[in-house]
Design a protein around this ligand. Structure first.
Ligand SMILES: [Ca+2]
Ligand SMILES: [Ca+2]
Length: 380
């Protein structure tokens, strides 16, 4: 990242950046202890409760846009620590944006890293060269929180203050989870998705899955395998997730692509497979009577058992008198031909022929449609 990409604000805001860093140092550095993570994670969704007077402004700001890395100025002395500079496009609000909150992904979830009032932020206390993932929300005076940005990842660069020594041991994160596949477990009531396993030099210990809410990315599961499910959702509603892989040393991978999953209703009601059949209907008539041959073809791959053919004879004067190769019956204009014991199975791709003789009082139109075991057949 070129320093040319620093916002002009950095130059003017050098003192601000220093103050931000100082504030971050005065507070426990975000990498200080896992206890701090746990304490933050235990609060659940990391969105503070609204503090404004309710009922006045209930419209949240728009989500911040175009998050990018804005490396802060190089240190002028001392032992450097890792810092990340972030910039983004300002949110808008019906009343006014009062500030932003930057959340950093940790092995125990997202923790609030900074709460700047401008569209730049420095997150300090990081390890130089390691990649960190963030999201940002905007706030208004009434405490409304915008939707979170998509996860944004960038490497910590050399900053300006002394930091704790970098970690030792395994510092190589797992590879990024890929191959996100939504609704891969369709029988599950709720959402499901699958992915391709990450790899790691020491071993992937699991995954952390996050779901987007109106105001945050919240942790929703820590699967060990390569699929995730979540119940207690609104059937038919879409949910957006991403995930990271973790190793035993707490190294986090880059975030996966976002995956949008529609919550399913679970075990679907059984719907019989569509009947795949073709009918050739051939008839000839004479004064007061007619005959018809019906060729039934099973277009499917599997045998059709105990078939029943139904069709409608359009003219009220068309009456079935006698038939062959099926048990024939008629009710009004509705004609049914049921399988005989000896031809009750139509193998996949096979055909059989049935037929009948009838009486006429007028015209002899062909039936307009046929069903076989309830499924509509095509006309041959
Ligand atoms: Ca507002
Ligand atoms: Ca590793």
């Amino acid at each position: 990242m070129s320093r040319l990409s620093w916002p002009a604000a950095w130059t003017a805001a050098g003192a601000v950046a220093a103050a931000l860093l100082a504030a971050n140092i005065a507070a426990p550095p975000v990498l200080a202890t896992s206890v701090a993570y746990a304490a933050s994670a235990s609060t659940g969704e990391p969105t503070p409760q609204p503090t404004g007077s309710p009922g006045t402004d209930t419209t949240p700001p728009t989500a911040p846009g175009e998050v990018r890395a804005c490396p802060p100025p190089l240190p002028t002395g001392g032992t450097p620590q890792g810092v990340v500079g972030l910039c983004w496009t300002a949110s808008t609000d019906d009343v006014g944006v009062t500030g932003y909150e930057v959340y950093r992904l940790t092995p125990d979830g997202f923790v609030k890293a900074t709460a700047p009032t401008s569209t730049v932020s420095v997150v300090s206390g990081l390890t130089i060269g390691r990649t960190y993932t963030f999201y940002i929300v905007a706030k208004d005076a009434a405490g409304n929180t915008s939707r979170p940005t998509a996860p944004f990842s960038t490497s910590a660069v050399t900053g300006m203050y002394v930091s704790p020594s970098p970690g030792t041991g395994d510092t190589t994160p797992p590879t990024r989870p890929t191959g996100m596949q939504a609704n891969c477990l369709p029988d599950f009531k709720g959402t499901s998705f699958c992915w391709t396993a990450s790899t790691d030099d020491a071993g992937v210990t699991g995954y952390d899955v996050y779901r987007r809410t109106d105001t945050a990315w919240i942790p929703v599961g820590t699967p060990i395998g390569t699929h995730f499910t979540e119940g207690n959702l609104v059937t038919g509603q879409s949910y957006v997730y991403f995930m990271v892989a973790q190793d035993a040393a707490g190294n986090l991978s880059l975030p996966s692509d976002l995956v949008t999953v529609t919550a399913s209703g679970g075990y679907p009601t059984y719907t019989p497979p569509p009947v795949s059949c073709e009918i050739e209907y051939t008839s000839w008539s004479w004064s007061g009577g007619f005959s018809a041959n019906v060729k039934i073809t099973n277009l499917g791959q599997t045998p059709m058992n105990n078939w029943t053919l139904r069709f409608v004879l359009p003219d009220a004067g068309q009456k079935v008198a006698s038939g062959w190769s099926a048990t024939w019956s008629q009710s009004g204009k509705d004609v049914t031909a049921a399988a005989m014991p000896w031809n009750s199975v139509i193998q996949g791709g096979a055909s059989l022929q049935i037929g009948f003789n009838g009486t006429l009082t007028g015209a002899n139109p062909d039936p307009t449609g046929f069903t076989l075991n309830g499924g509509v057949c095509i006309r041959g």
